[in-house]
Design a binder for this molecule. Structure first.
Ligand code: GLN
Length: 292
């Protein structure tokens, strides 16, 4: 772009590169260090000249976006459940679909359940754990990930948002101590040969792919969760658009109760959950709204 580019001209240039209008506006706001809510500013200032430094930043950002890099990695931010989550290529970008899992978890956690313990498996950026802790300050939330890189991102998010989530590194629940009222997870669930992975090449493969049918990690979690749930505790899992039936079958075969799925905003069965009814224990946990 020439050094005398105006706001309006820069936007036209970005569209000519093939960028969507919204992405172009958000990239320009980002390099101007303005809020993503400030799109009206771009209209009010359409004849303002951009500085050479801004134009250089914008050119670099536009090339990244035009090569397919997700906007959230370029801006470093993604909104999730009303929270500003910082992201980079060490973590999966939180998806709106996953808000379904958070809503379900919040419904299950009775308002009176003080300090109910909740575990978020494969926390990535920390989005789910942080959303739960933000909505319910009384919860005792532990977020786990195998990746120390992901945990560094999640910890930084917790610190910036001042949310007292605990963090632990681990390979799912092996070696983990303690029992929880609720376990939630958005694990990797894409089949390793699925062509959709090509479109997700900027995100960490370990957060996406899980064996030949995409269910390896879900099987592990379903196998390990009973040892870490209080009697009557629930497990909620996000999964792929075509996996609800399989996940329900896996849970039912393992003797879980109340097996059911929830749809995301686009109507896809996106999460499946069940409760663990340990008949050896007579005392049911009182911290959830729905018992086994
Ligand atoms: N929902 C993501 C996608 O399909 C995948 C996330 C995951 O594997 N947990 O783009």
């Amino acid at each position: 772009m020439p050094i005398t580019t105006t706001v309006a001209h820069a936007l036209r240039q970005l569209l000519a590169l093939g960028l969507e209008r919204l992405d172009a506006q958000l990239l320009l706001l980002h390099v101007l260090a303005r809020d993503a809510d400030d799109r009206a500013w771009l209209i009010a200032h359409d004849t303002d000249l951009l500085s050479p430094a801004t134009i250089a930043l914008l050119n670099a950002a536009a090339l990244r976006r035009a090569s397919g890099e997700p906007l959230a990695y370029i801006t470093g931010h993604k909104e999730f459940f009303g929270l500003d989550i910082q992201v980079d290529p060490r973590v999966l970008i939180p998806r709106p679909d996953t808000e379904t899992l958070v809503e379900w978890a919040l419904e299950l956690l009775a308002p009176t359940s003080h300090a109910a313990r909740v575990l978020d498996l494969g926390t990535g950026s920390g989005a789910i754990a942080l959303a739960l802790q933000h909505a319910r300050s009384d919860l005792d939330v532990l977020a786990l990930d195998f990746s120390s890189d992901a945990l560094a991102v999640a910890r930084a998010n917790a610190q910036r948002l001042q949310l007292p989530v605990g963090f632990v590194q681990g390979s799912w629940m092996s070696g983990l101590q303690g029992k929880f009222s609720l376990i939630v997870s958005n694990p990797p669930y894409i089949a390793s040969a699925d062509h959709h992975l090509a479109a997700l090449q900027f995100e960490p493969l370990t957060a996406l792919a899980s064996g030949s049918d995409g269910l390896d990690d879900i099987r592990t979690i379903i196998g390990q969760a009973p040892a870490h749930l209080l009697p009557g505790g629930w497990l909620l899992l996000e999964h792929g658009y075509d996996q609800a039936n399989m996940v329900r079958t896996l849970l039912e075969a393992a003797g879980w109760k109340g097996v059911q799925s929830r749809r995301d905003l686009s109507g896809t069965e996106r999460c499946t959950g069940a409760c663990f009814d340990d008949t050896d224990h007579l005392v049911q946990t009182t911290s959830l709204t729905v018992s086994c």
